[in-house]
Design a protein around this ligand. Structure first.
Ligand SMILES: [Zn+2]
Length: 256
């Protein structure tokens, strides 16, 4: 990938936000590739589609681009809360491509892809409603909580100005392809239990460690009354797919 962006494309634009949008979107349309299948460049979608900015022509994965001139922190600002919540809940949210660039040199510093298979409503956080005299008083936006995502949800394509090997990117992304065949609700359970594993943060964790999230998981999945058996079932599935390893009864290790 050529990490240099072309600011001359924004000639004639006045506002900083517009200039940044034109330059970063043009760069992504020229250079960004699909972490799922390595196909590139991605195809820009017409502006009237609500949340999808780019699409992979080969595997049809949707991507939404977010660009900023400073590093991405724990939370990223997204659009309206309710539509994003509904999109994530129903399994229709796009992947994200997070582009951090040097605002002076117009060069890409970091490019991170967020795997939508691991995005659950747990990570969609409402922001406080806008207050008067804001024109859109009452409007509620959202954050995507990157720290609330399981390990492996964020895959770097470019790190500190250096491009990573495409095959390695595809490998890391592909670890969770098994989730594609699951229904949105099952996928949500698997991803939520995985994000609990990340939060426990131990090299070896027990069932009891995950049971500690029983109340929170119960709130996220109100249709389920028996949370503990559900947790055990998710860990069995995650073991089968090689995402966690069962060390002995009731004790597991995150894999890789
Ligand atoms: Zn693709």
């Amino acid at each position: 990938m050529d990490l240099q962006m072309d600011p001359s494309l924004a000639t004639g634009y006045k506002s900083r936000a517009q200039i940044a949008r034109v330059v970063t979107e043009s760069w992504a349309a020229r250079e960004a590739y699909c972490p799922s299948c390595q196909n590139g460049p991605l195809v820009a979608e017409p502006k009237n589609t609500k949340v999808i900015d780019f699409n992979c022509e080969r595997c049809d994965e949707p991507y939404q681009l977010k660009s900023q001139g400073h590093p991405f922190s724990a939370k990223i600002v997204d659009s309206a809360y309710r539509p994003m919540y509904d999109a994530v809940f129903s399994g229709h949210a796009p992947n994200f491509i997070l582009l951090h660039y040097d605002q002076v040199a117009w060069r890409v510093i970091d490019l991170l892809a967020v795997n939508r298979r691991l995005l659950t409503v747990r990570a969609v956080v409402p922001r406080p409603a806008l207050r008067p005299p804001a024109r859109r008083a009452g409007w509620i936006g959202c954050w995507i909580d990157l720290q609330g995502l399981p390990d492996g949800a964020l895959v770097p394509l470019i790190q500190n100005g250096l491009e990573r090997d495409h095959a390695l990117v595809q490998d890391q992304w592909g670890r969770f392809n098994f989730l594609s065949s699951q229904k949105a609700r099952t996928r949500g359970w698997l991803a939520d239990v995985l994000s609990c594993v990340r939060q426990v943060g131990k090299a070896e964790f027990s069932l009891r460690d995950i049971y500690a999230f029983e109340d929170e998981l119960g709130r996220l999945h109100p249709e389920n009354r028996n949370i503990q058996p559900k947790i055990r079932q998710q860990l069995q599935l995650l073991t089968r797919y090689g995402v966690v390893r069962r060390v002995r009864p009731g004790v597991y290790q995150p894999n890789g």
